[in-house]
Design a protein around this ligand. Structure first.
Ligand code: UDP
Ligand code: MG
Length: 314
């Protein structure tokens, strides 16, 4: 098997047959498999996939989750099922044109010293300028907070050799922030530009709220700096209180001025309690993440598999 293509799908009934057709036309004379992960779709995606599987059992495999476990869990299921010399990840909505599969494959064929090709959007295509702005800022913040480097505008649209696939599977955490994991495992990555297409059908699953949660999980998974911040703020506020104590003493004894204690107290209390609650909040987030990891729940539950030897229906 030369190529495994992992395609995560959440409510992609209008897109799955086109992507099969497009990839089929491209990969003539190449041994490939398309691994669709139905990530808890509530539309007709699974029926579409079943029909596609029945038409082309040689190339199509389907893993259906018992509910929505989010894209990163779908990617893990795909990686675990992939058999190809090369593995590729592509979105189902045709925003990432399958024609680039040939370009990526050709690059890996010709450049033995590279392990992975990652496609970088020439320009972000978001529903709003605000969303594009937020995403760019998030990448800048991540690169400041974390030891790993995240390439801005590099998506999960990638192709890599078996070694990279094994490394990604070996990361056993529950909070799987794929973009960070790609960077964390290392390897020699070639970044190539691509034009993002408009979504063929349906609508994005990553609205503002979901993207914000995703960004937060990314920081929790790959940076401890927010925890260290509280220590520095603590030192700063101690210093400030010492300086203020000196000011008060000078005012009291030097100028014989009466001190309006209530205002001072109110400001100090608001400031310190504010800080305290912010940091308790940050601690809470990390404890929540640790709690999630120690439970060791599986990343996903499979309801049905098509095209695998052990076709199971739970
Ligand atoms: N997706 C998924 N599970 C989710 C959300 C999305 O498998 O919980 C899939 C979706 O079907 C698509 C890909 O991940 O193939 C990218 O999602 P989307 O197009 O909604 O994101 P965007 O392109 O807007 O970032
Ligand atoms: Mg999309």
């Amino acid at each position: 098997m030369k190529l495994s293509v992992i395609i995560p799908c959440k409510n992609e009934e209008g897109n799955v047959s086109s992507i099969v057709e497009k990839i089929g036309k491209l990969l003539i004379n190449i041994k490939y498999e398309l691994i669709f992960i139905d990530d808890g779709s509530i539309d007709n995606t699974m029926n579409e996939l079943r029909q596609l599987y029945e038409k082309d059992m040689k190339h199509i495999k389907v893993i259906s989750f018992s509910r929505n476990f989010m894209k990163d869990a779908a990617l893990l299921a795909g990686l675990e099922a992939a058999n190809g010399e090369y593995t590729c990840i592509i979105d189902a909505d045709l925003q990432q044109n399958p024609k680039y599969l040939l370009e990526m494959m050709d690059f890996l064929d010709k450049n033995e010293n590279y392990d992975e090709v990652a496609m970088v959007m020439k320009e972000r295509r978001e529903d709003s300028k605000f969303m594009a702005f937020c995403k760019n800022k998030f990448y800048a913040l991540m690169n400041k907070l974390c030891d790993i480097h995240l390439e801005n505008a590099a998506s999960d649209f990638r192709m890599f050799r078996k070694g990279v696939k094994k490394a990604l599977i070996s990361l056993s955490e529950r909070n799987r922030f794929s973009k960070g994991m790609f960077s964390w495992v290392g390897f020699n990555v070639k970044y190539l530009p691509y034009d993002v297409e408009p979504r063929a059908n349906g609508k994005t699953s990553f609205g503002f709220k979901t993207s914000l949660g995703y960004a937060m999980n990314g920081i929790l998974a790959f940076s401890e700096k927010p925890l260290k911040l509280s220590f520095y703020f603590g030192i700063l506020s101690l210093l400030a209180s010492f300086i203020y104590l000196i000011v008060v003493l000078v005012q009291l004894w030097g100028f014989q001025k009466p001190l309006e204690a209530i205002y001072v107290l109110m400001i100090l209390m608001l400031f310190l309690f504010g800080l305290l609650f912010v940091f308790i909040g940050i601690l809470g987030k990390y404890i929540g993440a640790i709690n999630n990891e120690v439970k060791k729940r599986p990343n996903y539950i499979v309801k049905e598999k098509l095209g695998f030897d052990n076709e199971t229906i739970l």
